[in-house]
Design a protein around this ligand. Structure first.
Ligand code: DC
Length: 230
């Protein structure tokens, strides 16, 4: 079973996806981290961020892996070609580079192929921007999680402070979130938008625990319905 969680940057997708996966006993796939890996590689190799062909070649050739600690289905680390990039892909430099990289059609093609392969290997909560619209249009449960840009910027600043990576300047983070919203929503390839059958959840004023409980309850209903149909 696939649970798709889409939404803009900083809406709480990662926390919600991880908590739901843990409660349901599912694995978790962070597709944004995959695009960040390609942006990191492109910067390492000095590939121009508008060179679709070269970026596509990079995306097809690289090996992206998520690291798990003993028996934990929630990944803790990200590796690209044996480099541990868990922190390196969360810097402000990558925040900026990842927009053009994730808009490159050949990068998207390679990543979607990989995401489908991973997702179909078990029960997954998959988070991103186009999971319910493009990657898994038949996902049993689709959530579009959103929140006001200001609330998302506050959360991102707290998250960056906790991780010790990325900007903790609220104004800078807000500007970046608004720039990425604009870019992700207006790009030609797989723009950010809710699937027509997605449940839209605005997390601006709700407790994250309540949202997790709501999604898990919807997931349990889907699991039961599927079991009854078999
Ligand atoms: O969720 P995030 O901020 O880590 O995502 C990083 C970038 O990747 C963001 O600019 C949007 C893009 N992205 C995408 O285009 N499609 C996805 N499925 C996931 C992320």
């Amino acid at each position: 079973m696939i649970i798709a969680i889409d939404g803009p940057s900083g809406a709480g997708k990662s926390s919600v996806a991880k908590a739901c996966a843990k409660t349901l006993g599912f694995s978790c796939l962070d597709t944004g981290a995959m695009y960040r890996c390609i942006a990191w590689l492109a910067l390492q190799k000095d590939i121009p961020l508008d060179d679709d062909a070269a970026l596509g070649e990079l995306a097809r050739a690289c090996d992206i892996r998520f690291g798990h600690s003993d028996g934990d289905p929630i990944p803790k680390t990200v590796f690209v070609d044996d480099n541990d990039v868990t922190s390196a892909i969360r810097t402000s430099q990558i925040d900026k580079a990842v927009s053009p990289v994730s808009a490159a059609p050949s990068v998207r093609e390679a990543m979607v192929h990989l995401q489908r392969k991973v997702g179909l290997s078990g029960n997954f909560v998959v988070e991103g921007r186009d999971i319910g619209t493009v990657v898994f249009p038949d996902a049993q449960l689709k959530i579009f999680l959103t929140a006001s840009p200001e609330e998302r910027a506050h959360r991102r600043v707290r998250q960056n402070a906790d991780r010790g990576v990325g900007s903790i300047d609220y104004e800078e983070v807000l500007r970046d979130i608004m720039r990425r919203d604009e870019y992700d929503s207006n790009r030609a390839e797989s723009p950010l938008r809710p699937a027509t059958d997605a449940h839209i959840i605005d997390s601006t004023e709700d407790y994250i625990e309540d949202i997790i409980a709501k999604i898990c309850s919807m997931a349990h209903a889907c699991i039961q319905k599927t079991a009854e149909e078999v």
